[in-house]
Design a protein around this ligand. Structure first.
Ligand SMILES: Cc1ncc(C[n+]2csc(CCOP(=O)(O)OP(=O)(O)O)c2C)c(N)n1
Ligand SMILES: [Mg+2]
Length: 324
C-alpha cells in the first residue's frame, strides 16, 4: 500500500506531465518556438507508474514522445522547456529540441528521433550495470509501431540470452502516425506482449490509463530484474490511446475525426481515473488535488518564463558538442 505522500507525489508527476505538454502545445501553436513536438497527453499514467518503481540509478531510454518519461524520471522542467525554445540553457544547449532531451544525472538516456532507437541503449546500459555491479536496471519505452522494428527483436533476444535486467515497456496507443493498430496489416498479433514468449520473458498486459495497474505489474517485473536470477528481463504492455495528433506540426488527422479522438480524453482520463480511485478507496480526498494543480501551474509558468528569458546559443557554439 502506498503512503499518502507517495500518492500525492505520483499525482503531481502526472499533472506535471500533462501541464508541461499542454503548455508546449500552446507555445508551439503560437509560434513561440520552432521544431516538432509529440505530446504525451493521455498517456501520463504509464511513465508515472513505471518510473515510480525505479531508483534514481536506474536507466530509461525514451521515444520521440519523450517529455513524460523525462519528467517522471525526475528531470527539471526549466531546461526541458528551454530546450524546446532552442535556448542555450536547455538540456542540449538549445541544439537538440524536443526529440533529443536527455539527463544522465537522473538516468534518462535520451528521447529518440529514430523509432525503435532506444532498445539498444537500454540493453547496453543494463550490460554496463552488470559489469559495474551497480544493481541498476534499464527500461526502454516504445510504441506499438516501434514494436515492429527489427531492433526490438535483436535487443529482446540479446537481453534474454544474456539474462540482462531490461524491462521493455510498450505504450500501445493503438496507432502509429496514421496507421490504426486495430485495422491489422501492421502486425499479426493484437497483443505485442505475446512476443515475450519468443524470448522467454515474463510479460503483462495492463490498462495503461490506470496508474495502479501499470505500477503493480511493473513492480513485479522490477523485482525479478533486480533479483537478477535466471532470465530477469520482462515486457509490460500498456494499452492506452492518443487523443491528439501524432505531432503538433503537419498532422491534420485526415484519417480520423480529431474532435472524437480528443473527447476520449474526458471519457477515460488517467488523471481523473487516479483521483476517482483514491477518493473511492478513502486514500485521499477531493480537497487534496487543487493545491497540487496550482503548484504545478506555477512550476510550468516558471519554466516558460525561464525559457523565454534565456539567450539563444552563441553562433560560435555551433560546432561545439559534436562527435568528430
Ligand atoms: C526509423 C524511423 N522510421 C520512421 C520514423 C517516422 N515516425 C516517427 S513516429 C512514427 C510512428 C511511431 O508509432 P509508435 O511507435 O506507435 O509511437 P507513437 O507515436 O504512437 O507514440 C514514425 C513512423 C522515424 N522517426 N524513425
Ligand atoms: Mg503508437
Amino acid at each position: 500500500m502506498m503512503t499518502r505522500e507517495e500518492l500525492l507525489h505520483h499525482y503531481e508527476t502526472m499533472v506535471k506531465i500533462r501541464k508541461f505538454d499542454l503548455e508546449a502545445k500552446r507555445g508551439r501553436e503560437a509560434g513561440e518556438f520552432l521544431g516538432n513536438v509529440h505530446i504525451y497527453v493521455g498517456e501520463e499514467a504509464i511513465a508515472t507508474g513505471v518510473c515510480a518503481c525505479l531508483d534514481k540509478k536506474d536507466y530509461i531510454a525514451s521515444t520521440h514522445r519523450g517529455h513524460g518519461h523525462t519528467i517522471a524520471k525526475g528531470a527539471d522542467l526549466k531546461p526541458m522547456m528551454a530546450e524546446l525554445y532552442g535556448k542555450a540553457t536547455g538540456y542540449c544547449r538549445g541544439k537538440g529540441g524536443s526529440q533529443h532531451i536527455a539527463d544522465f544525472s537522473v538516468g534518462m538516456l535520451g528521447a529518440n528521433g529514430m523509432v525503435g532507437g532506444g532498445y539498444g541503449l537500454a540493453v547496453g546500459a543494463a550490460l554496463a550495470a552488470r559489469y559495474q555491479k551497480t544493481g541498476a536496471i534499464a527500461v526502454v519505452f516504445f510504441g506499438d509501431g516501434a514494436a515492429n522494428r527489427g531492433t526490438f527483436h535483436e535487443s529482446a533476444n540479446m537481453a534474454a540470452a544474456w539474462k540482462l535486467p531490461v524491462i521493455f515497456v510498450c505504450e500501445n496507443n493503438g496507432i502509429a502516425c496514421s496507421v490504426d493498430h486495430a485495422a491489422g496489416g501492421q502486425q499479426a498479433v493484437g497483443d505485442i506482449a505475446k512476443r515475450a514468449v519468443g524470448y522467454d520473458m515474463e510479460s503483462y498486459v495492463v490498462n495503461g490509463n490506470d496508474f495502479f495497474a501499470v505500477h503493480d505489474a511493473m513492480e513485479k517485473l522490477v523485482a525479478r530484474a533486480r533479483n537478477g536470477v535466471g532470465n530477469c528481463c520482462g515486457l509490460l504492455e500498456c494499452k492506452t490511446y492518443r487523443p491528439g495528433p501524432h505531432m503538433l506540426v503537419g498532422d491534420t488527422q485526415p484519417y480520423r475525426d480529431p474532435a472524437l479522438a480528443w473527447n476520449r480524453l474526458s471519457a477515460d482520463d488517467c488523471i481523473e481515473n487516479f483521483k476517482r480511485r483514491c477518493i473511492a478507496e478513502g486514500w485521499l480526498s477531493a480537497e487534496d488535488f487543487p493545491p497540487i494543480d496550482e503548484k504545478v501551474d506555477a512550476m510550468v509558468e516558471e519554466a516558460k518564463q525561464f525559457a523565454i528569458e534565456s539567450p539563444y546559443p552563441e553562433e560560435s557554439a555551433l560546432f561545439e558538442d559534436l562527435y568528430d
